[in-house]
Design a protein around this ligand. Structure first.
Ligand SMILES: [Zn+2]
Length: 275
């Protein structure tokens, strides 16, 4: 079984900013057995090494009074709350960060900030670098940095990790440092220091530690070089989804997980049909 962690959805519902990722938190995660179209994302678990653990941080809240912002015509004026999540991945050969949360500057605004004409409200109690420090890890200890994509709810504190090796799909890198960035609503100020970082440009998958324990997998669509992260925990693999769910939201699509027995038991099969 693979567990998918949806990056900015309702992974963490409690007010706690930090949860050690243990088996007991599985129940709060969006847990589904995968894979179907994602089957090719799975690794031969028997061949993969494992990380020590993943530490999940809540790196901001995202709220909208009108969910139809992401799905025009659907869920008009329905309130929707999301979280921005950041992950510290601890491997015996080094520490890695996956996504960095909302920009630290938002923490100075007690009422958060409002963008998109009030359609999106962003709140941040404590910036991710400070959460990390409070947890006992200094930003400078991080060796590896990867972002699902360059939007500011994921790349918001990327500059704090510019000393680390940055793994990015070439298409995302090109977009990030070109006029396309503005069109894609990237905020260059949140990641401009990465231009000087030791950078590994990718055109596909990448095995960070060389043992199959942490693998970047391209999943373009939401942005040109959007990517997801497959991490093999001692208890089994998890997939950190980035903003696949935003892609689902913007299209209004329902996710059909081709290998999910429970879900498949609830949808019509031949000779019936979906329409
Ligand atoms: Zn995004």
């Amino acid at each position: 079984m693979v567990v998918i962690l949806i990056g900015v959805k309702t992974l963490i519902n409690s007010d706690r900013k930090l949860k050690k990722f243990t088996l007991s938190t599985w129940a709060t995660a969006f847990t589904i057995s995968v894979l179907g179209g994602l089957a090719s994302l799975s690794l031969p678990v028997w061949a993969a090494g494992t990380v020590n653990d993943i530490v999940v941080f809540e790196c901001g809240k995202i709220s909208t009074p009108d969910r139809s912002f992401w799905s025009p015509g659907v869920d008009v004026n329905v309130k929707h709350d999301m979280v921005a999540s950041c992950y510290l991945i601890r491997h015996k050969n080094g520490l890695m960060i996956w996504d960095t949360g909302l920009p630290a500057a938002i923490a100075s605004k007690p009422d958060g900030i409002s963008i998109a004409g009030g359609k999106i409200n962003l709140f941040l109690d404590t910036p991710f670098p400070k959460l990390l420090q409070e947890f006992g890890v200094a930003a400078k200890e991080i060796k590896h940095l990867a972002l699902s994509h360059m939007h500011a709810d994921h790349a918001g504190n990327a500059n704090a990790f510019a000393h680390a090796t940055w793994y990015v799909q070439q298409a995302e890198h090109e977009a990030a440092f070109s006029p396309l960035a503005k069109k894609l609503n990237f905020n260059l100020k949140t990641y401009n220091k990465l231009a000087e970082s030791k950078t590994v440009k990718l055109n596909g998958r990448h095995d960070i530690f060389g043992d199959g324990s942490v693998v970047i997998i391209p999943a373009p669509g939401h942005t040109p070089g959007h990517q997801v992260l497959l991490v093999n925990l001692p208890s089994g693999p998890v997939l950190l989804s980035g903003s696949i769910n935003e892609l689902i939201a913007t299209t209004g699509a329902k996710l059909l997980i081709q290998h999910d027995k429970e879900q498949n038991g609830q949808i019509p099969h031949a000779p019936k049909y979906l329409r």
